[in-house]
Design a protein around this ligand. Sequence first.
Ligand SMILES: *Cc1c(COP(=O)(O)O)cnc(C)c1O
Length: 369
Amino acid sequence: MKHYLGTKTGRRYPIESMAWHGDGGELLDLEPFSVAFPLDKIRARPGTLWRYQEALPFDASDDSWKSITMGEGFTPLVQLDPEQPHLFAKVDYMMPTLSFKDRGAAVLVAKAKSLGAKHLVQDSSGNAGTSIAAYAARAGLRCTIFVPEATSPKKLKQISLFGAELRIIAGSREATASAAKEFAKQDDVFYASHVYNPFFYQGTKTYAFELWEQLGKAPDTLILPVGNGTLVLGCFYGFSELLAAKMIDRLPRIVAVQSGQCDPLTRAFANDNPVVEPVVNQGTAAEGIAIAAPARGTQIVHAIRASRGTIVSIAEDLIEPARRYLASRGYDVEPTSAVNIAAFTAYPKWFPPNETVVLPLCGAGIKSL
Ligand SMILES: *Cc1c(COP(=O)(O)O)cnc(C)c1O
């Protein structure tokens, strides 16, 4: 993988350019590269996401990741409730910074380091910034994180502790993104965006590989929270690669979940609109998925359709009871992470009995107090 690919024009851009968009602002994907899943080798390696080496975008000679990994990945897959024997939770907050964003950050920061980046900038409503800050610290790279003023104080403390410079921006999540893009125009700054940089999705796709290995097959249905789509698209890419390699015989359906207070993707999907129109965030406890104008919206809607799935919204008053239910099963998650189980309960027609359903617990509760 030597090039980024423009999503509109198909134009190729060298990865060394460290660009985060193409001409005319087009989004970038990664040029396809060959992947393999040698199970014997995989099983002999440590329980981290790096066990899928032959499917990750690093040449065999590039071991930049070895000094950066914190052992992220291969999170537990557990039955949530004996009364729901086919429902599994993947406890993806059991990660170095307590959210699944470490999957993407580990891969992206390792790649940035091997490309020679010295100063990373990133914007996020919390968890992605925390992850990038931690891995930047480990990689010895300077790091600046932009966050909206409403970000949970716990996440701000986490970011500062990792030594990143924090820029708190008044106004919306979108205002924060604009400020980071402006900052990224400086020559020596690498925009380590979980939204724009395709290497982030090369990390989140390992969620799919782990499920395949842990279950010995693909599940029937995945329930996934969706804001910017880093987990939805990562899963879609990961399972598509497993399908192409004939490791599974069909894609799992993806039931993606938004907050009813901020659900541009649900609306676009319901209206069969390939273009996702921005909405106004009405305010939600599910801050991690409150994305009013998702940059990769068209790709997300396409992925959900290709998986034969759907996008649903959860009413605000279902979030806290769902969080309490998870606590009754022993899991303390941040409110965003409760929308998945709320969707399982609210939309039973998507989950026929006897079909295997997996939902992630994405972020730890202790982050959100
Ligand atoms: C980032 C995040 C999400 C949503 O991921 P997107 O990439 O925005 O779709 C869900 N839950 C938690 C806890 C997160 O940190």
